[in-house]
Design a protein around this ligand. Structure first.
Ligand code: FE
Ligand code: FE
Ligand code: ZN
Length: 274
């Protein structure tokens, strides 16, 4: 069975997101660890996270995915921005241990004119500071669309980051269908070719999660505008091939499409029907 869910608001707590997911027909979900504009995260209520853990076991949930704030940029030119990335992610990874053995996803960052090489170096330096031996969370680098100076739109860049990280056993990759398509990887007409390239460069054992989003823009547009499943340039046939592909069908998949909850429920049902 497909492991699928959608992005939910954490504002009413963790068990609430688990219950919401069941109502939507899913068995996993994604949430932001904190306000995207930064600031202190709400304290974790252990009774609430324990209740979610029980709900997840009872209902055969797959791993859930925490998403770091978009503003986190470990390869910024500005030292204070890098400092925020360090503090926020250190705190997030500590908090993730209330939900052991789950996934934490972040955008590698934007090098803002310093060059991809420098970006890769700073991101690896950041990971070498925040990862620690005892953590049970797997940290995922998200594949990016290559908008502006984003690092991580080429599989080679993700590989170069992973290679420079000492505790890279803790690292994986989250493949965002809109982002890779906008980045120039043709998952619409050459899914096997793209996954083969992923395997050659990064290794499919690193692929731990998938973001399912259609794209408002054509292949290679480097735009990053998500569309509802089947209503964009990737199209429904491609999503059927994606969610039934042997490499992907057992991974947790997360919708980040422009939808309210009822729209998510429809997309979950549609994708599960394949
Ligand atoms: Fe993301
Ligand atoms: Fe994404
Ligand atoms: Zn996106």
């Amino acid at each position: 069975m497909l492991n699928i869910g959608c992005h939910l608001s954490v504002s009413k707590g963790f068990e609430f997101m688990g219950k919401q997911t069941l109502e939507l027909g899913g068995n996993t979900f994604q949430f932001f660890t904190r306000n995207p504009r930064g600031g202190k995260a709400k304290d974790i209520d252990k009774d609430d996270t324990d209740a979610l853990i029980i709900l997840m076991k009872k209902n055969n949930f797959s791993q859930v995915l925490a998403h770091a704030p978009y503003t986190l940029n470990p390869c910024s030119k500005d030292e204070r921005t890098r400092e925020f990335a360090y503090e926020a992610m250190t705190d997030d990874l500590r908090r993730m241990e209330y939900l052991p053995n789950n996934l934490y996803n972040f955008h590698p960052g934007s090098h803002v004119g310093q060059g991809v090489e420098k970006g890769i170096e700073l991101i690896a330096e950041h990971l070498n500071k925040v990862l620690y031996k005892e953590m049970t969370t797997t940290v995922l680098l998200e594949t990016m669309a290559g908008k502006g100076s984003e690092v991580g739109s080429r599989f080679e860049e993700l590989r170069a980051i992973i290679d420079r990280v000492e505790l890279n056993k803790k690292l994986g990759v989250c493949l965002d269908t809109c982002h890779v398509f906008d980045g120039g990887y043709d998952i619409k007409d050459n899914l096997d070719g793209v996954l083969g390239e992923f395997d050659n460069i990064i290794g499919l054992d690193r692929l731990k999660a998938v973001h399912l989003n259609d794209s408002k823009n054509p292949l290679g547009s480097h735009k990053d505008r998500h569309e509802k499943i089947g209503e964009g340039n990737i199209g429904l046939d491609a999503f059927e091939r994606i969610v039934t592909h042997p490499v992907i069908k057992n991974l947790p998949c997360f919708l980040e499409t422009p939808n309210e909850l009822d729209g998510y429920a429809k997309e979950i049902a549609l994708l599960k029907s394949f």
